[in-house]
Design a protein around this ligand. Structure first.
Ligand SMILES: [Zn+2]
Length: 69
């Protein structure tokens, strides 16, 4: 059972891959890359095929560093 809150999960994703997001090229939705459990190799900015949690399609997602705020 996973009884963590969404906020706790997001914090863990951030620890795994700080500042990295994965963006769906189909609908533009972004979510933390750490959710997928991978470490970033090199400088990132590559594409990967994964399922989007908003449009629920398997499609190309771009992994990129979140812009500094
Ligand atoms: Zn999408």
């Amino acid at each position: 059972m996973d009884d963590r809150t969404e906020e706790q999960k997001l914090a863990e994703y951030e620890r795994r891959a700080p500042g990295w997001v994965v963006r769906c090229l189909r609908c533009g939705f972004t979510e933390p890359w750490g959710k997928h459990g991978y470490r970033i190799r090199g400088r990132g900015n590559f594409c990967t095929i994964t399922r989007c949690s908003r449009c629920s399609r398997y499609c190309c997602h771009r992994v990129e560093k979140r812009k500094e705020q």
